[in-house]
Design a protein around this ligand. Structure first.
Ligand code: FAD
Ligand code: SF4
Length: 454
């Protein structure tokens, strides 16, 4: 992981320890027992529930809410985990406002949806606190599967494969498992080391061996895995970050937002993290919002997000945009970066150009604007790094730069499946990675056992 950002020692407005604790506390505090009962009572238990259809993992939402309302949170957790073994994390990070809660009939009728995400957290927390185990493993099949990457896709695939009696080895490049749950999700969405607690809960099923510090392409090749295992699942996420394509972007103080967030998530003392006084974030998605809000919460004085299109085009949901505004972040639209201004090699500002639509095309208007900045974050999208797949003999087919898979997650290579952010056609959400990992595992199981009849 690059550490350039913090080595620069950019000074920031410093806060008291109490302010840090408060700033990075739970974004959506858990519901207590009474609140959960009241909230679950608001559900109409719709037939053909739209919320369930909007969930990428198809959790039976009306059923789990009914189980809460009848005093059975553990049964409710089982309903959730049946479809989504990372239901605890998804309850914390899903953009429910654009998924299940957006289509909830109470949202449509009254503008106030049932708080599905918080109810899901209530139930899954209850089961995890009691360490309830719902899934005994099937009899051993004698089959082995290698999973590359211990992110949501890899963990979901591993758990489902272990359930079916296969032996799974997860090979993970980083020192900790969890993928972006551990290194990417905003700190106030996943407090108290929840990502690691969830990994422990998942692997407590047995039959899953996680090996950290094992990078595909560096420590072994794909051909080694296809030779030594009965099947391979690739859940490697996105390792690259798109460039700004602005002059001078290699100046000190211009940092990848994803690296900044990873460092923040791993920091033991937030007060010791330097942050710029005037921070500019380039981008319009969740990463841009997370970098901007967390900079502000760390004590930056001014934080501005610059996005090259209009508000309605931003990938960040309305809720995320409101969160940024509520934390004092300014969002400016129709601006693209042109030049990083540096003094003595360090960033001191950024020159941007106004943009406009010319028919279907986004064009620069020629009019420029300069913002003072001692820190600039790049948050204009991540990309799949196929380099790790090289040296594997046959190359895997890609589509638009990501791994090409069929409807079951099969790649162009026999016995190799893939899912999560690294495949083409996904929507780069935790819950979708879980669904793809789970479904690929079912496909692997069918392939290894002649349609489950091993
Ligand atoms: C800053 C940020 C904030 C986000 N916030 C949200 C949010 O609030 N809600 C939401 O739904 N989604 C969010 N997302 C998206 C979400 O995190 C991803 O969609 C999800 O993590 C994808 O899961 P994955 O398993 O495919 O990949 P990842 O989580 O990226 O996991 C991939 C794993 O593979 C490992 N790996 C990579 N290369 C190799 C290799 N060569 N060998 C071995 N291991 C390797 C990585 O170290 C990593 O552990 C966010 C993303 C970012 C970047
Ligand atoms: S759409 Fe809303 S009211 Fe209907 S089942 Fe889902 S959560 Fe309940």
């Amino acid at each position: 992981m690059a550490t350039g950002h913090f080595k620069q020692g950019i000074a920031g407005g410093r806060l008291s320890p109490e302010q840090y604790a408060d700033n990075f506390s739970d974004l959506h505090p858990p519901l207590d027992h009474h609140e959960a009962l009241v909230e679950s009572d608001r559900c109409y238990f719709c037939y053909d529930a739209p919320c369930m259809n909007a969930c990428p993992t198809s959790i039976d939402i009306p059923l789990f809410i009914r189980q809460i309302s009848t005093g059975n949170p553990i049964g409710s957790a089982r309903t959730i985990f049946d479809q989504n073994i990372l239901g605890g994390m998804c309850a914390r990070v899903c953009p429910t406002e654009t998924l299940c809660e957006e289509v909830c009939v109470r949202e449509v009728a009254e503008g106030k949806p049932v708080q599905i995400g918080r109810l899901q957290r209530y139930a899954t927390d209850a089961a995890m606190v009691e360490n309830k185990q719902f899934y005994p493993r099937a009899a051993p099949t004698g089959k082995t599967v290698a999973v590359v990457g211990a992110g949501p896709a890899g963990l979901a695939a591993a758990h489902r494969l272990a359930r079916h009696g296969h032996d799974v080895t997860i090979l993970e490049a980083r020192p900790k498992a969890g993928g972006l749950n551990e290194y990417g999700i905003a700190a106030y969405k996943s407090i108290d080391n929840f990502a690691q607690a969830e990994v422990d809960y998942i692997i407590s099923i047995g039959g899953i061996d996680i090996q950290n510090g094992k990078a595909l392409g560096r420590d072994y090749q794909l051909s080694d895995l296809t030779r030594n295992y009965d099947a391979v699942f690739l859940g490697m996420g996105l390792g690259g970050v798109n460039a700004l394509r602005a002059d001078g972007e290699d100046a000190q103080g211009v940092t990848n937002a994803v690296e900044f967030i990873a460092e923040l998530r791993q920091a033991s003392d937030l007060a010791s993290l330097p942050v710029g006084r005037r921070v500019v974030v380039i981008g319009g998605g969740m990463t841009a919002i997370d970098a901007a809000v967390q900079s502000k919460l760390l004590g930056a004085e001014e934080v501005t997000i610059c996005y090259r299109r209009g508000q309605e085009h931003m990938n960040a949901s309305e809720f995320e945009q409101d969160l940024a505004a509520a934390n004092g972040v300014t969002i400016r639209h129709w601006l693209q970066p042109k030049r990083v201004i540096a003094e003595g090699g360090k960033v001191s500002g950024i020159e941007l150009e106004y943009t406009a639509m010319d028919g279907e095309k986004l064009v620069g208007t020629g009019e420029r604007l300069t913002l003072t900045a001692d820190q600039v974050f790049k948050a204009i999208g991540q990309s799949f790094v196929p380099a790790a797949l090289n040296g594997s003999g046959a190359l895997l087919a890609l589509e638009a730069g990501r791994i090409k898979v069929d409807a079951e997650g099969r790649t162009s290579l026999p016995n190799v499946w893939a899912g999560g952010d690294c495949i083409y056609g996904g929507d780069d959400l935790t819950v979708s990675a879980v669904a793809q990992g789970r479904d690929a595992a079912e496909s692997i199981h069918r392939a290894l056992t002649s349609n489950g009849r091993a």
